[in-house]
Write a protein that binds this ligand. Structure first.
Ligand SMILES: [Zn+2]
Length: 273
């Protein structure tokens, strides 16, 4: 499987992925970081961007500065939430800029962002969960959601599209979507309890699950999120898949599962220009 994401290296050593299909529109800047190019040590080595981790706060801030320098996004523009594996989505404005990095964030219980304002950088943190980027090229609206298995069961990305329609008149046919690096179908083993929740929401789970001999399942969060996007009217040809598994690429990416919980975080960023 090829990747639609492109690796980039900043002059300051920060290595990150961009999404060429998005960047080519000249409407946005996109980024998904790796663990390369930061100052953190140990389990957080080196580009840890997880504000909620036990890493030194000054290291995390320095790492954000490095990312901003490499991507040419102002640190003033970044907005983060607490991300609690729910499906609440917030529409952001310029007033929210700086929340979560430069200032404490009052954006709580939120796992997805939408904005139609320029220079508001939507940021989510990840270490196995799925990042989904959306760009409405016509109405010039962007969204970024954090969709782990819980967010996927709740179809958080479908909720983002409904909100974009209601608030900004988005037609899904005008949208580009991208699914970022996260734990892949090769590595994501879950137990029956997780699968039971998918059975409650999805009529047919056979397309994205595989029952193993030991009674556990392999779960394909990329495929199910792609299905949800298509169900909501996004054209398959407009979906970019990174096809990059965090657990398989742990030399380059943080993986919560691979590192047994104590690990750094990467960020996805999208900003309207
Ligand atoms: Zn893998």
């Amino acid at each position: 499987m090829g990747s639609s994401f492109k690796i980039q290296k900043g002059e300051n050593g920060v290595v990150y992925y961009s999404i060429p299909t998005f960047d080519k529109t000249n409407l946005v800047k996109t980024c998904f970081t790796t663990k390369i190019g930061g100052v953190s040590k140990g389990n957080y080595s080196s580009l840890n961007l997880g504000i909620k981790t036990d890493d030194k706060k000054e290291n995390i801030i320095d790492n954000f500065k490095n990312v901003c320098e490499a991507t040419n996004i102002s640190i003033q523009n970044l907005v983060l939430s607490d991300q609690v594996h729910k499906d609440n989505i917030r529409i952001l404005t310029k007033e929210d800029r700086g929340k979560g990095v430069l200032y404490d964030s009052d954006i709580l219980e939120v796992d997805g962002f939408i904005t139609n304002e320029k220079n508001v950088a939507l940021v989510n943190v990840y270490a196995d969960c799925v990042s989904i980027f959306l760009l409405d090229r016509k109405q010039k609206v962007i969204s970024l959601v954090h969709s782990g298995w819980k967010g996927t069961v709740k179809k958080i990305v479908s909720k983002a599209l409904v909100m974009m329609k209601e608030h900004f008149g988005t037609n899904p046919k005008d949208c580009l979507a991208a699914i970022g690096p996260s734990i892949g179908p090769c590595c994501y083993e879950v137990d029956g309890k997780v699968i039971d929740q998918f059975k409650e929401t999805f009529e047919d789970i056979s397309d994205f699950t595989l029952l193993k001999d030991d009674g556990k399942y392999m779960l394909d969060l990329w495929k199910v999120n792609k299905m949800i996007l298509v169900e909501n009217g996004i054209l398959e040809s407009n979906i970019s898949m990174s096809n990059i598994c965090t657990m398989c690429n742990s030399e380059k990416l943080f993986s919560y599962r691979k590192d047994k919980g104590t690990t750094g975080r990467m960020v996805g960023i999208i900003q309207l220009l």
